[in-house]
Design a binder for this molecule. Structure first.
Ligand SMILES: [Zn+2]
Length: 278
């Protein structure tokens, strides 16, 4: 029997076949930070003096939704200058080549996932995407732990968080609204699917120790706004609703820590449950 933590294509049936049913309105999260994702995949847009930054390009089947979301906010996707990727799985780079072809944006990926693309491309999980045409991309910038990228008055600080994939990377983004500046922390990869017994056996990899160490390191960090790379992680859908009454619905300095503590709890439960199957 498959592990209940394993990648399950049935959960993605709607995303693969009728992605438009998973549409969400694009919204301003805070100041120059915007949500441009759908009910499953999160993508985030930051408007800087130098141009637009996009974080994750979502599922390949959601590319038209992403482009529409960006336009619906009044932004031209051709103004995107940088595409940051939280990690190198197909559901985070599905529209990367498309947007790069429109805009000429530079693409950023954690250095260990760039290596994974070269050495173990099957670990990008394109074979699970149902898209025969999708290919891995060649990142322009291989991001290292501690790198800081500056775009006008906006900075993006990278913190490696290996585990879900070898090159998973958190991004801490300075976002501003008038005179107020906050830090948005985007999680690099929290799915347990690549850490469960099935995946470890199928691909002969073991990233559990890295994952736990990354959680502990994440707990040293803080953020005013917690961003997920999947929409459920930071309950973005609820917050989009709540924005109508509370323009600060996404601002919660406790959420980054609470999320990672809960992630550690869930991870350890999985390890305990699967101990008998090892
Ligand atoms: Zn992933």
């Amino acid at each position: 029997m498959a592990s209940k933590y394993a990648y399950n294509i049935n959960n993605l049936k709607t995303m693969f076949e009728r992605p438009y049913e998973l549409r969400l309105p694009a919204v301003r999260v805070f100041g120059n930070l915007y949500f441009v994702g759908n009910q499953d995949g999160a993508s985030w847009l930051v408007d800087t003096e130098e141009g637009l930054l996009l974080f994750d390009t979502n599922y390949p089947t959601a590319a038209s939704l992403l482009i529409d979301s960006i336009w619906s906010l009044g932004f031209d996707p051709r103004r995107i200058i940088a595409i940051f990727h939280t990690h190198g799985h197909f559901d985070h780079f599905g529209a990367t080549d498309l947007i790069k072809s429109l805009s000429g944006a530079r693409t950023y990926l954690g250095i260990e996932d760039a290596r994974m693309f070269r050495d173990r491309p099957e670990l990008a999980m394109i074979q699970d995407s149902r898209e025969a045409w999708l290919e891995i991309f060649e990142p322009d910038v291989e991001v290292r732990d501690g790198d800081v990228f500056t775009f006008g008055s906006t900075t993006v600080r990278a913190v490696a968080c290996p585990g879900h994939s070898p090159g998973a990377t958190h991004y801490f983004i300075s976002v501003t609204d008038g005179n107020q500046s906050l830090t948005a922390g985007l999680n690099g990869g929290a799915g347990l699917n690549t850490l469960c017994v099935d995946f470890r056996r199928q691909y002969g990899v073991d990233w559990r120790e890295d994952f736990l160490a990354s959680i502990h390191r994440s707990l040293q960090e803080t953020a005013d706004i917690f961003l997920g790379n999947h929409t459920g992680q930071n309950r973005a859908q609820e917050k989009i609703q709540a924005l109508q009454e509370n323009p600060m619905a996404f601002v919660d300095p406790a959420e980054w820590t609470a999320f990672h503590k809960d992630l550690e709890r869930r991870f350890l439960i999985m390890c305990a449950e699967e101990a008998e199957q090892e």
